[in-house]
Design a binder for this molecule. Sequence first.
Ligand code: ZN
Length: 295
Amino acid sequence: MYNSYLPKKLNIKKVAICIGIVLMIILAILVGKKLGIHQFSYQYVQAVQEQANVLEQEKQIAKEEEQKRIEEEKKKQMLTQEQIASVEGIYHAEQKRVFLTFDDGPSQSVTPFILDLLNKENIKATFFVLGNRVEKQPEIVKREYEEGHYVANHGYSHVYSSIYASPQAVLDEYTKTNEIIKNAIGNSEYNSKVFRFPGGSSGGYYDAIKTQAKELLKQNGIAYLDWNALSQDAAGAKTKEELIQNTIQTIGSKNSVVILMHDAADKILTYEVLPTIIQYLRENGYTFMNLYDIL
Ligand SMILES: [Zn+2]
């Protein structure tokens, strides 16, 4: 009994030690594994974080580059201070030169006839188009552009209480009209760059708004242009003789002339007197120019 008991007791001790060792090994493996997994997951989180940081940085750089591109694009479309000065100084020139300008168009009943005549006479003019008119006759403005005339901006509405509601309203009408011109001529990068205030850039009930609007336009790289001669085709003159006389009188002895005329739907007389006016200017030594020549 004793002999058989002792070995049995020793075996239990051995078994217990063995189990202990096995448990220790298992524990060591588990702890090791756990540490390993922990380290792995820490590294993983760190890698993901770094990746996210890189993406965020790339996004930031792309955003800054896009911003820079937009600003450069805008700058490209803005007139430089020198160009604005050359529009402002348009009335001063050594040589005799004349800018024929037509406002309030395009119109189906007048503009194409004027374009045909300018074509025949090989003269490039400047058209201060109205946004709401360009919407109706975009193909005529496209023709003006393609034939080398300068398509400038006369705002959208021509309604004084709308466009002169605030200086910002002037800029908004400019921008709206510019978008319409872009679509009409099929050039998404076009900018008319020169604005003509309906009714002129100063005086009248909205003089204070106009003064502020001029500054706002300038800040946005946009020049404005009035005139120093006119046929009065929009105000008073009823006959061909009157139109011609008014034009010649206001040209006077000026060297650099900007003539205000209109190609709105009811201004067929303007077209009809144009050959006489052109002839007068040629005979008096004027060179025909448009805004492309000074910008
Ligand atoms: Zn007008």
